[in-house]
Design a protein around this ligand. Sequence first.
Ligand SMILES: [Zn+2]
Length: 63
Amino acid sequence: MVFFIMTKSLSCADAGSDCGWVATAETEEELMTKATKHVEESHKELQVTPDLAKKIKSLIKDV
Ligand SMILES: [Zn+2]
């Protein structure tokens, strides 16, 4: 069996934010953890609600 490791990427600009943050990770979970941390640190006006988490997930790209 062959496993392909896809790198997943997420950028804040894709979410419509005027922010240059970009992150990559091997799994969606890891990327979500990074994104949540970034939002908490840099976008204090935002709260990572289930709705926002869903939106962020939809912006994750395979690179
Ligand atoms: Zn940002």
